[in-house]
Each structure stands twice: as structure tokens, then as C-alpha cells.
Design a protein around this ligand. Structure first.
Ligand code: ADP
Ligand code: ZN
Length: 710
């Protein structure tokens, strides 16, 4: 059994060895047993059912909650030469009938379905007449009411046990939360399933949490070392998302906004671009998440604090699915704490629920103020014990200093108390430093005993201290919306001098060597390898476009990287590269060898004239964002050059932009609405209310103008 599994691994997938529990899981399922697989993102869950599917006779049925996920998996399998299809609502009746026919003729190995479709009586009856190799239930945590991805349709999947008692079932999830795991087994009727629990550590992710000072500037510092990398930046509010995406693009980091307030077609369009293009940054609220299987997300940055460690783990976990180095970076400050506490207080729900949420937030805050290894702390929260500090987080790399903050903390708490437990940090710091300003005077606070008592510390040290007091629950935020501080019960022992307080010392922020050296995708490829790396990526992009799939479906970055390093020069050598299976070798081997050996036709790169190069790049199918990063200019600039080229008819609109048809129609209508002269962009821009970048409008206008002038 394991021999044949091994052979499939090499021939079909092009990999040399199984990872972690993969071999054991595959053996269990291939022999007909049930399995419950708990494995972190990027751990390699797909192979756990794809290999048994190929080992067993009959059709493998895979349940997946999202169309985007299914399409990705189907495309990946097809590229490997495995017949797979997805049945979903985007197909019309004829297409569905055709698929059913092919399944009956045994032409299909894997069928991907949404749960609600699978449990329809007609579908169950159809499947019962067939030989079924296995059922795989992906994202199995969707069955849990505790999680944030609960999908009621998943509850019905328990029926499979009764309908198909002979067919092995494998449920998979990357959720790290204990309670959810138990619920999965129970609700999916997987009591007899063997459990495979992997470590939830994500060793390739470098964790860093910094105090928030000037968040945009700090973010730019972080991004500067990651030019050309794809990543996600999470913010809490829609407005902040929109503003930040525009700001980053202006600064030369192509970025797209994503949040629930955008029209769904634009959201889908941005998501598609993020998947298909390289080096785009998605600025998003948490609405952007599940269904993001892009393996080469090189960083996840948080500009606002997530509300729990579960959320933090899940969101940061979207980085580095491909196993290559990735970064999780977060800037956090007192305002975050205040904001989240207020949200929590205003939320619906009973007291018990609020207490649970409060507890979760406290755990998140504790990670921010952590003095141990971040990874140890994070995993400990999920009941996993990492015996040694990881050596791959900010605390392990930079070290951390603590100091005895007992006395200053008592001063800070007295200041809160003496001034009446209603003022925010700004005023409290003024009092401690003895600043004699208007507000202080009008309140008569210059007469308080604490006034001027804290001159030993600087303003920023006091601010940090207040944040830490709140994070530790020693002071509370007044929830009236003004951010005033008051004492909490737990500060009494400290005030009475019964306990001491150790706090982490904030080091003055050096210009961020953002990730502390040993990480970062930008260091994935050495300087002298850049050119060849880009050539490999260009070829991959071209093939991806020809095949209508995202680039990583052709080859993941790890495979390209191995090609770059091992320099295969013959087909047999190429076949030894990890990720090059038989089918891909046959399809793409030659083309990549040509690039590696320098025999491929070079694209005209070093053209002095920017405009000329722009036209070339656009014709080659690059998007404005890609062109911007290639030419090192802003996207805005690219759009205006594109519009100019369209006007001169050097480019067609389709070559310049890949707009969804209905959106294009809408824009054209807006321009053509009135009589006479074409309106200026500014005149119709407000109709689109920021939904469409102005640059796009310029291009469409240029195309219309060119059309009418002929
Ligand atoms: P998950 O679904 O657990 O997040 P995937 O199944 O998408 O992870 O696998 C993550 C990446 O690791 C994919 O690019 C996959 O091809 C690769 N991978 C999985 N198993 C192996 C293996 N045994 N050897 C090499 N690469 C693997
Ligand atoms: Zn560490």
C-alpha cells in the first residue's frame, strides 16, 4: 500500500516524501477507515485525501464550503493530469448533465461539491448508484457553532455515515481550538475515526508585534523590505481599508481594498486579481479570509488588534502556506484596546458571552505584552507545549528587557484616582509631568498631590505604562466613548504595596530592520538570482494566462526556487525537482529548461523609453499593478500612460485592463449618457463613488474618444 502511495506521490505530485502524518492518514483512509485530521494551514491536508482517492476505485467526493476553493483545487488536479470537476451553482443545467454523464462513464476521479448540494436527496440517490472511493469533508470546523465559520448545511453531513456505511470518510480542519475538534467528531458521526493531531506550530512564520506610533510610517518601513511580495494588511474599519489601499498604491505598493461594503462583483474582481497576480497587497477587513488559499502570501500585517488569539492565529496563518519564509507583523497601541473594549461592551449578548469574549481579548493583549517567546505563548494558549523558545520571533531574536514598574505604576494609578477616574491618558500624563496647561488649570488639577510627581519618566514611557496597565486589567477603560481610565478591582494589591509589577521595557524603536534579519520573502531570492527568478516567474505567468489558472497552479514558488538553485539542465534532472510530476514535466519541462539555460528569447527589458516598455508589458497581459511594480512607478502614473497609449491606439482597452464586462458596460454608459461632448472623468467619477479607480475611467474615456475620432 505505502509503496503505491509513494509512487503516486512522486509520479503525480512530483514530491519525494510524505510530511508529518500524511503517510499514516493515507494508509488509514486507503484501507477504508475513517479519519479526523487536524493539521495547520500549509500542513498538506489536500494530499491526505487526494492520494487515497487515486489508490481506491471509484469516485472521490470532496465537500468544500466555497466555490473559489473548489475551483482552485480542481484546477490544480487537472494540471496534474487528474480528472476532477466541481459541481456548483455557476454551471447551467446542460453542463451539470454533462458532468453527471461523465461520472457515470467513470471518467472522473474527484467530484467537488458544496455541502448543501451533496445532501440533496437526488444527489444522494445518484451517488448511491455509484462506486464511491471516499468522502472528504474539508474545512470541517464549519460544523461548529462555536467557530466563526459556522455553516448550518454542514450539520447534515452526519447522514453520510448512515447512507454510505462502507465508504471511508475523512474530515479535515486547520482549527486549533479544542472545543471545535470535539464538536466535529460528534456532529459528523466520526466517533470511530482515527484522530491525527499535528502540531499547530507554523515554523516558517516570523512573529513580530511592535508598539503603534506612526502606523503608516511603520507599515511602510515593514513593506520596504518586501517590495514585490504578496501580502494582506488587516484593518478594522472599511474607511481605513479604503484610505490605506489608496495610500499604499500612491507610495508604490500596489494595493487593493476589500471589505463587505464594496459591491460584490468588485470584491470578487479584487480577490481574483490577488490570486492571479504577483506582488499585490490586499488591504482588508476580516471579511477577507476564508477561501484565500493563495499559497505564496508572504506577509500578514495587522494595523489593528484582532479580538482574540483564535482570530490572530487564523489571520496570520494565511501567510506562508507554501512553507517558505513569511512574516506576521502587527502594530498595536492603547487605542486598539480602548476600541475593542468598547465594541465588546456595546455588543449584543448575555453577560456570560461577554465574559468569554473579554477573556479572549485579555489573552490577545497578553501576547502583545509578552515577555516570553511569542510562539511558545501562542501555542500554549492552544494547549500545545513548545519545549524551547523558538528562535524565530521578535522576542527570541531581539530579546526583551523587563523592569520593576511597581512604583511608577502606583503613581499612575493614584493619578487616575485623584483626578476622579474619568480622564484619558493625555491628561493623566500631563498631570504626572506637571504640565501647567489650560485644561489642567480650568480643573484646578495643578493642586493635586500627584501633579508633577512623575518627571522621572518621559511622556512616551508613561503612555506605554498606561497601555500596559490597561492590557493587564489593572486599569479599566471607561466605556462612555471618551476613553477615560478608572481603577479596576485587581489593582488594589498593587496600590496597597502587597505585590510588585514587572513590565516589558519598550525599546526606543530603531528604524525597523522589520523582521529582525532571519526571515522575509525578500530574502528568498538573492540579489544575483533576481534576474533569472523574474524570468522564471514571467514564463509561469504566461503559461498561467494561457491555461486560465493562477500562477501557483502551474508551479508553486518552492518549485521555482528549487529550479533556480539546483539548475537542472536536462529533462531527467528537471523531473527530480520537487513539485515536477510526470504530467507537468511533459507539459512545461522544456520551456522552463530553456529559461534556466538562457536559451529562451529574452523579453525586451532594458528599453530606455518607459512608454514603450509599458505598452509591451500591457500587451503581455500584465495588470497596471504589476506594471507599476515592474517599472517602479505609481499605479496612477501607469494608468495615465495607459490612457495615453490607448488614445494613440497603440493599445486596445482590453489589452490595457481586464475589466469585468458588466462593469465596463456601466462605465461606458456613464460616459455616453448625455448628448454632445464626452464628459470629463471628474464629472462622472462621483457616480462611481470610489468604486472604480479614476485611472480606469481615464482609460475607458480614451478608448471611447479614439473610437469616435475614426
Ligand atoms: P493545507 O490544505 O493543509 O493548507 P495544502 O494541501 O494546500 O495545505 O499543501 C500546502 C502546500 O504544501 C502545497 O503547495 C502542497 O503541494 C505542498 N505539499 C503538501 N504535501 C507535500 C509533500 N509531502 N511534499 C512536498 N510538498 C507538499
Ligand atoms: Zn520565539
Amino acid at each position: 500500500m505505502l509503496d503505491s502511495a509513494q509512487r503516486i506521490l512522486k509520479d503525480v505530485f512530483g514530491y519525494d516524501a510524505f510530511r508529518g502524518h500524511q503517510a499514516a492518514i493515507i494508509e488509514r483512509v486507503a484501507r477504508g477507515g475513517d479519519a479526523l485530521v487536524l493539521m495547520p494551514t500549509g500542513g498538506g491536508k489536500s494530499l491526505c485525501y487526494q492520494v487515497p482517492a487515486l489508490l481506491r476505485d471509484g469516485l472521490a467526493v470532496v465537500v468544500s464550503p466555497l466555490i473559489a476553493l473548489m475551483d482552485d483545487q480542481v484546477a490544480t488536479l487537472n494540471e496534474l493530469g487528474v480528472e476532477a470537476v466541481a459541481l456548483n451553482s455557476t454551471l447551467n443545467l446542460d453542463e451539470q448533465r454533462e458532468i453527471a454523464e461523465r461520472i457515470r462513464r467513470n471518467e472522473i476521479k474527484a467530484l467537488y461539491l458544496a455541502p448543501e448540494r451533496l445532501v440533496q436527496p437526488r444527489m444522494l440517490a445518484f451517488l448511491q448508484r455509484l462506486e464511491i472511493a471516499l468522502f472528504a469533508i474539508d474545512e470541517a470546523h464549519c460544523v461548529s457553532q462555536w467557530g466563526h465559520d459556522f455553516r448550518p448545511e454542514y450539520l447534515q453531513l452526519g447522514q453520510l455515515a448512515e447512507y454510505f456505511p462502507e465508504v471511508p470518510r475523512i474530515a479535515l480542519t486547520a482549527t486549533a481550538d479544542m472545543r471545535t475538534r470535539e464538536e466535529i467528531a460528534q456532529r459528523l458521526h466520526l466517533q470511530d475515526a482515527e484522530r491525527f493531531l499535528s502540531s499547530f506550530d507554523r515554523p516558517n512564520i516570523f512573529y513580530r508585534i511592535v508598539p503603534k506610533e506612526q502606523p503608516r510610517k511603520q507599515l511602510l518601513g515593514f513593506l520596504a523590505e518586501r517590495k514585490g511580495d504578496a501580502g494582506i494588511v488587516y484593518c478594522l474599519s472599511r474607511k481605513k481599508v479604503d484610505d490605506l489601499a489608496a495610500f499604499l498604491s500612491e507610495q508604490g505598493f500596489p494595493a487593493l481594498p476589500y471589505h463587505a461594503g464594496l459591491p460584490s462583483e468588485l470584491r470578487a474582481y479584487h480577490q481574483k486579481r490577488f490570486l492571479n497576480e504577483e506582488g499585490l497587497i490586499m488591504v482588508a477587513t476580516i471579511a477577507f479570509g476564508m477561501g484565500i488559499d493563495k499559497p505564496n502570501v508572504r506577509f500578514v500585517a495587522h494595523l489593528d488588534l484582532p479580538k482574540s488569539l483564535e482570530a490572530y492565529y487564523q489571520e496570520t496563518g494565511r501567510a506562508g502556506r507554501d512553507g517558505l519564509p513569511a512574516d506576521a507583523w502587527m502594530a498595536y497601541g492603547l487605542q486598539d484596546v480602548i476600541f475593542l473594549k468598547q465594541m465588546l461592551n456595546n455588543s449584543e449578548g448575555d453577560e456570560r458571552h461577554k465574559r468569554v469574549e473579554q477573556h479572549k481579548l485579555d489573552a490577545m493583549l497578553a501576547l502583545c505584552e509578552e515577555t516570553r517567546c511569542r510562539r511558545q505563548a501562542l501555542l500554549a494558549y492552544f494547549d500545545e507545549d513548545l519545549p524551547k523558545p523558538c528562535g524565530h520571533c521578535d522576542i527570541c531574536v531581539d530579546g526583551v528587557q523587563t523592569w520593576d514598574a511597581t512604583e511608577p505604576a502606583r503613581q499612575a494609578l493614584s493619578t487616575i484616582y485623584r483626578s476622579g477616574q474619568r480622564y484619558g491618558v493625555g491628561h493623566l500624563v500631563d498631570l504626572l509631568l506637571g504640565r501647567d496647561n489650560d485644561k489642567v488649570r480650568s480643573l484646578g488639577h495643578q493642586h493635586l498631590s500627584v501633579f508633577g510627581m512623575g518627571k522621572a519618566l518621559s511622556e512616551s514611557e508613561w503612555r506605554t505604562l498606561f497601555r500596559q496597565l490597561v492590557a493587564r486589567g489593572l486599569a479599566d477603560v471607561d466605556l462612555d466613548g471618551f476613553g477615560g481610565l478608572r481603577l479596576s478591582d485587581s489593582c488594589r494589591p498593587l496600590l496597597r504595596g502587597e505585590v510588585t509589577l514587572e513590565l516589558r521595557r519598550e525599546l526606543p524603536s530603531k528604524t525597523p530592520k522589520a523582521s529582525g534579519g532571519a526571515s522575509a520573502a525578500s530574502q528568498l531570492v538573492r540579489h544575483d538570482e533576481r534576474e533569472k527568478w523574474e524570468a522564471l516567474r514571467t514564463l509561469r505567468r504566461k503559461l498561467a494566462e494561457e491555461h486560465g489558472v493562477p500562477p501557483y497552479v502551474i508551479f508553486p514558488d518552492a518549485t521555482l526556487l528549487e529550479m533556480l538553485r539546483s539548475q537542472p539542465s536536462t529533462m531527467p534532472e528537471m523531473s527530480r525537482v520537487s513539485g515536477v510530476g510526470a504530467r507537468k514535466l511533459e507539459r512545461y519541462g522544456e520551456a522552463f529548461l530553456e529559461v534556466l539555460n538562457g536559451t529562451a528569447q529574452e523579453a525586451p527589458r532594458a528599453v530606455a523609453d518607459l512608454r514603450h516598455e509599458l505598452v509591451t508589458l500591457a500587451r503581455a497581459g500584465m495588470t497596471p499593478a504589476q506594471i507599476a511594480s515592474q517599472l517602479h512607478c505609481t499605479e496612477k502614473n501607469v494608468y495615465s500612460m495607459l490612457a495615453e497609449a490607448i488614445g494613440k491606439q497603440q493599445l486596445s482597452l482590453e489589452q490595457a485592463l481586464d475589466l469585468p464586462e458588466d462593469l465596463l458596460g456601466e462605465i461606458q454608459d456613464a460616459f455616453l449618457d448625455g448628448e454632445g461632448e464626452l464628459p470629463q472623468v471628474a464629472q462622472i467619477a462621483e457616480h462611481f463613488d470610489g468604486r472604480v479607480p479614476d485611472g480606469v475611467l481615464y482609460c475607458v474615456r480614451a478608448a471611447l474618444q479614439a473610437e469616435f475620432e475614426v
